[in-house]
Structures are given as C-alpha cells and as structure tokens.
Design a protein around this ligand. Structure first.
Ligand code: BGC
Length: 348
C-alpha cells in the first residue's frame, strides 16, 4: 500500500491517494475524497503499462468533476424522473439537477465527501461513508462500505455493502471512464463493444426510462455481436439523437444476484480487452458524449476530447423506483445489501 498526501479539501481535511496492485501487473490508484478511482494501469499486448481510465491532473478539478470521472456514485446512480419518488406511501422530492430530473443523487454529491479508510493491504482498500438521514434528501442513516481489490488476474473488483435504519434507495455505481488505447489517446469510438443484452430501457428525450423494454435487434443499440462504437453511434435514431450518442441502460441477460459477464470492450492497437461482470440487472453504456471537446485538462496535462472515454455503469435500471415492473433498488431497513462489479483486463 502506497499512501501519499495529495492536498486538502475545502474544509481543510487531508486528502490522500492510495495505490493497490496485484501480481498480474495491474495497479490502481484511488483517493479517499469520494472513494474515487484515479488511475488504472494494465499491461498492453507488449507488456507496456497503459493507464486506461480518464482523470484530472489537478486535485482541485475533482472538487467539481462534472463528468464524474472515477466516482463512486451513491446512494442513487443515474436518473430519477421528475426528481421524485414514493416509498412506503411517502413522497420524497430530490434535488432537480438535470433538467427536471435527479441525476446521480443530487448537488451535494458523496463523490465530493471524505470517506474513511477502514482496511488496507497491498492489493485492497476499503472506504466507508455514513450517509445521514435525509442527506441528499434520501431517507435513512446508511452505512456504506466500498472495497476495491486488484486481483492477481488483473481484475479491479468493487464490492459494496450497505445497511440502513430505514427503507431507502441504494443503487451504487462506479463512474470510471475507460479508453483501452490509453486515457489520453483520443476518442474511444473505434473500440469494439459487446453487451450481454437483448433489450434496452427506452427513454424520453431527457434520458428517463418510460418503462418500455425495446428489442435491440435491428436497431443501432444491438451489441450482441461485437462492433466498434463508431459504427452506429450517430445514426438517425431518436434514442441516440436525444442523448447525443450511447447513454442508455441495457437490461442484462443475467440472473440478478449472480455475478456474470455483462459486457466487454477491446482496443485493437494496445490489444487490451476489458470484461465487465456484475450481479446487478442493468448497465448504462455512456460513450462520453458530454465530455466537452478539448476543454478538460486530463492527467497528462493534455485536453481530453469528446467521447474520449466510455463508462460501463452497472446498476438497477434508471428511474426504476418509479416503474414497479422494474427490479426495485430498495435497501430494506436492517437487511444488509451486498453487490459486486468487476472490471477484468487482458491483452493479446
Ligand atoms: C449519464 C450521463 C451523464 C454522465 C455524467 C452518466 O451516468 O448517463 O448522461 O452526462 O453520467 O453526469
């Protein structure tokens, strides 16, 4: 474990970075501010080290971090329509921070809070955060643990554990953006993506699922055969035009609760392949359409480009809390919830 002081937050708390690594050559750097992933280094086909995740050079940029680079998004990833939901007969109004809707829980994000390190070893680190009742306008005192582990098989394994004293929403995701050609190698659209899904959640023009599951077959949303993102991302297809490209939740062909292969992405130049495994029912494929072109200064001091990284966000379906037919992202009082997502890397 390699701990380094990086700076302080606006309250004067020390922010440190931590490096964890495995015997397969993989190394991940994180920080306690937001329990954020900063760097993911994996070997390419020639054994060279490539950092495959987007991030900032300067700590200060993480204090706003509009794209949510590397964030651990809790308690509620993605969108809740109308920024409202009803649970046990009680209506809750959330922050309206994305059009009329709630995105990634609201304004005072837990991505911008200090987490405590509760356990650390060479290959693993656990961060803990205690969300207070009605913090971010979600009910319940919720204790949240997130453990990041680098396995000897070049996996970044993310385990979440949550406990609440009241029924509430718990829909965590990791918001790392991946570019398997290297974080600063330009747009990631030539990378090949496969998704274990035959249906996606149709949305309105503001990315809110309307409850309909639509067959991907015959649409640009079909990733049942691996294809480059560039192939159809700019198709004349309303779902894509409204979102500016892929920014959709896929209903995974897996059994909820069973850790299974959900998706993969591959870069032909570096030979790096990433496989995503999860036990959650959905995955948002977000192609970085809203990364402003050549405005954000990335880790190497160079500006990132639009679509320079792609997020694979495992989660309950967005807006599920308002759609009873969807699996519910509800954490019951007194019943522990555990969920796991893995990003596995190989190269050839
Ligand atoms: C959403 C995008 C959003 C991005 C950054 C993603 O999870 O799907 O629409 O722009 O997060 O907030």
């Amino acid at each position: 474990m390699n701990k380094t002081l990086w700076g302080t937050d606006k309250f004067g708390n020390d922010i440190s970075t931590y490096e964890i690594s495995g015997k397969g050559g993989m190394k991940v750097k994180l920080m306690d501010f937001g329990a954020t992933v900063l760097e993911i280094h994996v070997p390419d086909k020639n054994g060279n080290d490539v950092d495959v995740t987007l991030g900032y050079e300067k700590l200060e940029d993480y204090f706003t971090n509009d794209p949510y680079f590397g964030c651990c998004v809790v308690p509620s990833a993605n969108r809740i329509g109308g920024a409202k939901f009803t649970l046990n007969g009680k209506e809750y109004s959330l922050d309206v921070n994305d059009g009329e809707n709630n995105l990634h829980s609201g304004f005072d994000s837990i991505c911008h809070k200090m987490w405590k390190v509760t356990e650390e070893q060479d290959n693993t680190i656990t961060f803990s955060y205690n969300k207070k009742d009605m913090e971010l306008k979600f009910p319940g005192n919720v204790s949240i643990l997130v453990t990041y582990t680098v396995t000897d098989d070049n996996e970044l394994r993310i385990d979440y554990v949550a406990n609440s004293d009241e029924d509430t929403i718990f829909n965590p995701t990791n918001h790392s953006y991946f570019n398997l050609g290297g974080h600063d190698s330009g747009d990631a659209m030539n990378q090949l993506v496969w998704i274990n899904s035959k249906k996606f959640t149709e949305t309105d023009s503001h990315s809110i699922p309307n409850g309909k599951l639509v067959d991907v077959a015959g649409t640009p949303m079909d990733f049942t055969e691996e294809k480059p993102l560039a192939d159809e991302i700019d198709s004349d297809y309303d779902q894509l035009k409204w979102a500016g490209g892929y920014d959709h939740n896929f209903a995974l062909d897996i059994v909820e609760g069973e850790l299974s292969l959900a998706a993969s992405m591959r870069d032909v130049n570096t030979g790096i392949k990433m496989e995503v495994l999860t036990d959650l029912p959905g995955m948002q494929l977000y192609a970085g359409n809203y990364i402003p072109d050549k405005e954000l200064i990335g880790k190497s001091g160079k500006p990132y480009v639009r679509r320079g990284g792609v997020a694979f966000e495992s989660q309950y379906f967005p807006n599920a809390i308002n759609i009873p037919e969807f699996s519910q992202p509800v954490l019951k009082a007194g019943i522990e919830k555990k969920t796991t997502t893995i990003y596995r890397f190989s190269a050839n």
